[in-house]
Write a protein that binds this ligand. Structure first.
Ligand code: F6P
Length: 323
């Protein structure tokens, strides 16, 4: 193998640039030519590639986002779109592709693999919902951003004796909400994985009010049955008493755009570099992720069908500690 390409796809995640840098420099160090593909799978279909040298990836390790750009591409979900992408790569002499991204991106990577094109995935999404890696690139930064926000919001909630319902990202996975909620000392955490009964939640908040708590911070996962706004609406419409005045805040994209933490830079570096090693060794059709302290590979067809459950210890702790 002489020519490989790298792309980032799906939601950007802090640490993706570290992974791109590691792919490029590990590839160059092994005598490969490395191509960057712009705007994810759309760039693959359009043939938007550029050869990357070591200098092209200089001073990017500390930057959030992705220098290659990212996209969610509908055309790539079709057989014709993928065939065109493969033709474009073959036309440029590209023999292997590294895909840095989350579930949707690795589903695309698996489809290419099924069509016989050598692919290695790198586990990257702030949601941490990807089977095949305990932790994914971007999670640590997103969590720290959510945590900073929670610390600030707690100050204001206390000043005004309010209940704040703070919505965090994560799609259908409650990982970010659970971990941010525990680390931020939230009074309650609302997750997609656990049924929420608004009446019980209101009672719990009011109980804290009656016990003299100056605030209530409720961390709500965006994918829960009721998001932060819906919960506030429900409380209002059903005249549920919380004691506190209540408001909702949606953290949204601020969680994605941050400066990558040390942990995300190291994870991106490690996984990006290992992806190239796996490609060279011919171990393709796999996702590179971590298990404990080790880098592991998992077949992409297991990755796209597998489910990563939340750690039951943290679920129990969240309930026990929020008093
Ligand atoms: O997968 C990352 C993520 O930020 C999710 O947490 C969120 O639901 C989604 O992407 C938002 O997607 P988009 O960037 O397409 O609005």
């Amino acid at each position: 193998m002489k020519n490989i390409a790298v792309l980032t796809s799906g939601g950007d995640a802090p640490g993706m640039n570290a992974a791109i840098r590691a792919v490029v420099r590990t590839g160059l160090g092994s005598g490969l030519t490395v191509w960057g593909v712009y705007q994810g799978y759309s760039g693959l279909i359009e043939g938007s590639f550029k050869k990357l040298g070591a200098r092209d990836v200089g001073s990017i390790i500390q930057r959030g986002g992705t220098i290659l750009g990212s996209a969610r591409c509908m055309e790539f979900q079709t057989e014709e779109g993928r065939e065109l992408a493969i033709r474009r790569m073959k036309g440029a002499g590209i023999e292997g592709l590294v895909v840095i991204g989350g579930n949707g991106s690795q589903t695309g990577a698996n489809a290419l693999h099924q069509m016989g094109f050598p692919v290695v995935g790198v586990a990257s999404t702030i949601d941490n919902d990807l089977y095949g890696s305990d932790i994914t690139i971007g999670v640590d930064t997103a969590l720290n951003i959510a945590l900073d926000a929670l610390d600030n919001l707690k100050v204001t909630a206390s000043s005004h004796r309010r209940a704040l319902l703070v919505e965090v990202m994560g799609r259908k996975c409650g990982y970010l909400a659970l971990m941010a909620g525990i680390a931020g000392g939230a009074e309650a955490i609302v997750l997609p994985e656990i049924e929420v009964i608004p009446e019980q939640l209101a009672e719990r908040i009011q109980d804290g009010y009656e016990r003299g708590k100056p605030h209530a911070i409720v961390v709500v996962a965006e994918g829960a049955k009721y998001n932060a706004e819906a919960l506030c609406k429900y409380f209002e419409e059903h005249d549920l008493l919380l004691g506190y005045e209540f408001r909702s805040t949606v953290l949204g994209y601020v969680q994605r755009g941050g400066v990558p933490t040390c942990s995300d830079r190291l994870l991106g570096t490690r996984l990006g570099s290992e992806a190239v090693e796996q490609m060279i060794a011919g171990n393709t059709g796999v996702l590179v992720g971590v298990s404990g302290n080790s880098v592991i590979t998992t077949p992409l067809d297991e990755v796209v069908t597998g489910h990563k459950p939340l750690d039951p210890w943290f679920l129990k702790a969240a309930d026990m500690l929020a008093r």
